[in-house]
Structure formats: structure tokens, C-alpha cells
Ligand binder design. Sequence first.
Ligand SMILES: [Zn+2]
Length: 138
Amino acid sequence: MKAKVYRPFNAPRSAAGKRVTKTGGFRGSSRERGYDARWDRLSLAFRKKHPFCAWCIQEGRDGLTDLVDHVLPVVDRPELRHEWSNLMGLCRECHGRKTSMEVYARERGELDYLPAWCSEVTNRPPQFVSINPINPEA
Ligand SMILES: [Zn+2]
């Protein structure tokens, strides 16, 4: 079975089908970025073990895992690409905030704080905590 490919819902694409980055460069396909068959198996196993979004759980919601995220980004820590403890299941909405938090951390030289920020909602800079009501229908 072919693994489902998750992309940001608003990712712009060039005519050549490559994602255009904010800096005007091109982002390769997932395969070109090293997401291989080993990653497919690992991320599938991880999603089976973690069907609910880690951040939604921390914030009292029950969002489902849409994708498996690297706590410390692969671009910064490629040796942790297949490290189970560096993985986190997130929904799309939380993944968007995680990505913004990576940019924030990188700009401030605080990438090493990402594991702590990801592990507990109270550790996280407040701008990266969801403002969505917790269990609005409860
Ligand atoms: Zn979530």
C-alpha cells in the first residue's frame, strides 16, 4: 500500500510542481528530502501507536494524528531522522504551530529547547499554544 502523503494545505506550488519556499527556493519532493521506505514503515508504526495528536492531548482536545513530526527538525539534526524518541504525532493545525515554533527557535538560537517545549504545554512559549477552546462541546 502506498503511504498517504501529507502536505500543508496551503502550500503554493510552482508550474513544475515543486513547492516554492518563502525564500524563493524550491523544496524537493518527500523522496528527494530523504523520506524513504524506512521512513514510511517507521511513521506508520508510530501513527498506530500514537493515533491522537500529542499537542491536542496536552491541550485537552482529541485531535487525530495527521502526520509524524520530528521534534528536532531533520534539517538541523539529520541523525535523529529515524529516532523514535524524536518523533511526535500531530494534527495539521498543531503541526502548523510547531513549524512556526521551529522558525522562532531557530531565529533565537534556541533549537535545543524544542524537546522541552514540545513535551509540556506549560513549557511552550504561549504564542504557540492553541487558542481554540478546550473540549468546546463537553
Ligand atoms: Zn493537534
